[in-house]
Design a protein around this ligand. Structure first.
Ligand code: ZN
Ligand code: ZN
Length: 98
């Protein structure tokens, strides 16, 4: 199931502001929301990520590959929901440890 060509790969927007990504020859289309373009082409990564979000009545919203994925290729970049200090003594200053 390829991503619909005229809808944003992330939010499904199908308005006139949706355009094919120029960096990956339109593998996916992106809406005018800059955060959606950043999800497709994270700063510092230097390339587009090969995923899209689609929706079905049976399964809801889910990720699919937008093109072939090479072994070891980064598919998604996301921030950690929680970062905890290491329990290795001396790795962090004592005032950071609880
Ligand atoms: Zn969007
Ligand atoms: Zn792209």
């Amino acid at each position: 199931m390829p991503p619909p060509p005229d809808t944003c790969f992330l939010c499904g927007d199908a308005s006139a502001g949706v355009a094919p990504c120029r960096e990956c020859d339109g593998v996916v289309s992106v809406c005018a929301d800059e955060s959606h373009l950043a999800a497709h082409r994270p700063r510092g990564l230097g390339r587009c990520l090969p995923f899209a979000v689609v929706e079905s009545a049976d399964a809801g919203r889910f990720f699919i590959a937008a093109n072939d994925i090479a072994r070891g290729e980064i598919v998604v970049v996301d921030e950690a929901a929680l970062v905890a200090p290491s329990m290795i003594p001396g790795l962090y200053p004592a005032n950071l440890l609880l």
